[in-house]
Ligand binder design. Structure first.
Ligand code: P6P
Length: 315
């Protein structure tokens, strides 16, 4: 009998929570897969042939995840990329989890049929904290992403290794097919938007040059950049290498969000023997000050992350 998320996670409350999120992702996948069709059906403006108001996919994804979490007695609050303020459920005494997520990262890629993803971080309220206490990524109890593509894959960690599941479209359940995923200690690819290279701090320009000509780590790298964080990270997890989004003129603190992009992927990377920093410290040690704050992001195989961070930190 193939293992599902519900049977793979030891803690029953966490299993119920992550399974509910996985079910919402099945709904999201179904809408993504037919997005083009609904455009054709709804070619007369923004309503489809059923006369339904077509929702932007990221709003739809957000609604799916919130609808899945709202009934759970264990969920005290939600922080979503789509909502300026946290959603706090005041009618759930004893609720302990805070779900923090980007419901559909890279959604603009859907128009050109490129992978998009859902990224989720789970925090747990501890003594003396409230449902809106912001905590560093090293306190996460679980992290999960789903990458929607030729196949739809869910990867999670609850602090005991990284495990991958593939969506079986016939049963619409995620089936375990990778246990204990490990990121190669060094890989063949670097992944950065080099259109911004003139904006990057000199240390990052030096690092990319060193990856290209082989002087940084003794091997010449190839470049891969999809422009969809979850897809670029998933490739890095499987093949090794490094993804980096340094500071730019447009994003002087980096573009990616700490709480629901960098933290969950950093937990997965570290659990898979990789690493993630902001150029000076571990992503997971950053003490957040606001829910949507951004960060410089370097994530991937240990050798690359350590070498680039050393340069960026001026060491
Ligand atoms: P740029 C997508 O919009 C996103 O948030 C991430 O998925 C992706 O890694 C990044 O932005 C791409 O940003 O500036 O290279 O287009």
């Amino acid at each position: 009998m193939p293992q599902t998320l519900a049977t793979h996670i030891q803690d029953q409350d966490l299993a119920t929570l992550l399974s509910a999120i996985a079910t919402a992702c099945v709904q999201i996948e179904s809408r993504i897969r037919t997005a083009g069709l609904s455009d054709i059906l709804g070619s007369f403006g923004h309503t489809n042939i059923q006369g339904e108001q077509q929702q932007k996919l990221d709003v739809f994804a957000n609604d799916c995840i919130i609808a899945a979490l709202k009934p759970l007695a264990t969920v005290a609050a939600i922080v979503s990329e789509e909502d300026d303020e946290p959603i706090v459920f005041t009618d759930k005494p004893g609720a302990k989890y805070i779900a923090i997520f980007d419901p559909l990262d890279g959604s603009s890629n859907i128009d050109v049929n490129v992978n998009v993803g859902t990224i989720v971080s789970i925090q747990q309220i501890e003594a003396g904290e409230t449902a809106t206490t912001l905590k560093a990524g090293n306190k996460q109890v679980a992290a999960l992403y789903v990458v929607y593509g030729p196949s739809t894959i869910l990867v999670y960690t609850a602090g005991s290794g990284v495990h991958g599941f593939t969506l079986d479209p016939d049963t619409t359940s995620f089936v375990l097919n990778w246990e204990e995923m490990k990121m190669p200690p060094q890989g063949p690819y670097y992944s950065a938007n080099e259109a911004n290279i003139a904006d990057f701090p000199p240390a990052y320009q030096q690092a990319l040059a060193g990856l290209r000509d082989g002087t940084l780590l003794g091997a010449k790298y190839s470049s891969r950049y999809i422009g969809s964080l979850v897809a670029d990270f998933h490739r890095t997890l499987l093949k090794g290498g490094v993804f980096l989004y340094p500071p730019t003129a447009k994003a002087p603190n980096g573009k990616l969000r700490l709480l629901y992009e960098a933290n969950p992927l950093a937990m997965i990377a570290e659990q898979a023997s990789g690493a993630a920093t902001n150029g000076t410290q571990r992503i997971l040690d950053i003490a957040p000050t606001e829910p949507h704050q951004r960060t410089t992001f370097i994530i991937g195989s240990r050798h690359e992350v350590e070498a680039i961070t050393k340069l960026a930190a001026g060491k």
